[in-house]
Write a protein that binds this ligand. Structure first.
Ligand SMILES: *Cc1c(COP(=O)(O)O)cnc(C)c1O
Length: 387
């Protein structure tokens, strides 16, 4: 039979997460591959969702989202970042950040348009750029002084006459970098000079460590008017299965994204919107507890990886640590990731799958630390036998 999949999607086969999670199940290995927490969100937030279901909230909610959630998002952006958005026209609810990014790409980048993206990139980015028929232009993040960053000259060189968008994820998955004001200034400068629109993925906005501040790109000079900011309840409140996200942007961009989104999913599950609205307004103390606990888990995993012989990059945010495998005598992360469940009983993700220039990430593995302490301890104990 001929390949039924359209050409532009043929480079996207089974995701690495499916392959590695299947391997974890088959071998009984500890799964530090996929980034989902093994503890769940604040009890009162879960109760709001349950109550919404019981009280009969079971039909289509408004396409742009429940007014309650849009108001809660506007209040959060204002209180936390000083950014003012009209909940009626400048806030829009999506099926997770994933749909927020996908609908933005489909709405704002057409066939042949170019989208700048920092590699290693979140795996859905490349696929949604391809779905739009657009072309990705990667700018590589490289280790420098203990963290991953980019060369501003490389960023400037990536801009061409067809460049429309730049996709900015900070705090960054999988590199763990939280862009500094200087890095964001370099990005903003390119956007202003070339009249580019920025789509920002801020799903880890609360999950930064050691006092590192998350700065939304929209707060920089001239950027609010050209930024589509995407976030979600999944990471902030440890409910990755709820797929409840939102966009804040000037009204014309919201209308553009809405035009696409209404035909993808039309609306977002109402009970989860109620619960997310409640949590944004009432659970910041719980999130601070999560942040503190994740920082300790990060240190636990980094210490364990170092003891096992890896060079670990201590992330400034997110769920993930990058580990350089070369000190242990390995060269290729893909080979090691495939062997690791049998050899050490642990699953990790080869970072090279998140690059176009796979060589730049060939020797890194990504380990998730959003797991119970016992799970992290058991994993590092097993990894210690690798050396
Ligand atoms: C987890 C994650 C997402 C997905 O968020 P959802 O709200 O679950 O769709 C998007 N971007 C990044 C960088 C992520 O790590």
């Amino acid at each position: 039979m001929d390949e039924p999949l359209v050409t532009r999607m043929q480079e996207f086969g089974e995701t690495i997460f499916a392959e590695m999670s299947a391997l974890a199940v088959r071998t009984g290995a500890i799964n530090l591959g996929q980034g989902f927490p093994d503890q769940h969100g604040p009890r009162a937030m879960l109760d709001v969702a349950v109550e919404a279901i019981r009280s009969g909230e079971v039909q289509y909610p408004p396409g742009p989202g429940l007014p309650e959630l849009r108001e809660a998002v506007a209040a959060q952006r204002l209180e936390r970042y000083g950014l003012s958005y009209d909940p009626a026209t400048e806030v829009f609810v999506t099926v997770g950040a994933t749909e927020g990014v996908a609908a933005s790409m489909l709405a704002l980048a057409g066939p042949g348009d170019e989208v700048i993206v920092f590699e290693p990139y979140y795996d859905s980015y490349a696929a949604t750029i391809a779905l739009a028929g657009a072309v990705r232009r990667p700018v590589t993040l490289r280790p420098d002084g203990g963290r991953f960053t980019f060369d501003p000259d490389e960023l400037r060189a990536a801009v061409g006459p067809r460049t429309r968008l730049i996709l900015v994820n900070s705090p960054h998955n999988p590199a763990g970098t939280v862009f500094t004001r200087a890095e964001l200034e370099a990005i903003a400068g390119v956007c202003r000079e070339h009249d580019l629109v920025a789509v920002t993925d801020e799903v880890y906005e609360y999950l930064t460590f050691d006092g590192t501040e998350h700065i939304p790109l929209a707060t920089l000079d001239g950027m609010r008017e050209r930024t589509v900011a995407v976030s979600s309840a999944g990471k902030t409140f440890s409910v990755t299965g709820w797929k409840t996200g939102w966009i804040t942007a000037p009204a014309p961009y919201i209308r553009a994204v809405q035009t696409v989104k209404q035909f993808l999913t039309y609306a977002v599950s109402a009970p989860y919107q109620r619960a997310a609205a409640y949590a944004l307004g009432n659970e910041t103390a719980w999130v601070e507890g999560l942040r503190t606990s994740l920082q300790a888990k990060r240190d636990r995993l980094v210490t364990g990886l170092e003891a096992a012989g890896f060079v670990a990059y201590r992330p400034q945010g997110t769920y993930f640590v990058q580990a350089d495998i070369r000190p242990l005598g390995f060269g290729d992360g893909m080979d090691l990731a495939r062997a690791l469940p049998e050899r050490a009983g642990v699953v990790a993700i080869p970072t090279q799958v998140f690059y176009d220039h796979a060589k730049a990430g060939a020797h890194f593995l990504r380990f998730a630390f959003c797991k119970r302490d016992e799970v992290i301890d058991a994993a590092v104990e097993r990894l210690a036998r690798l050396g």
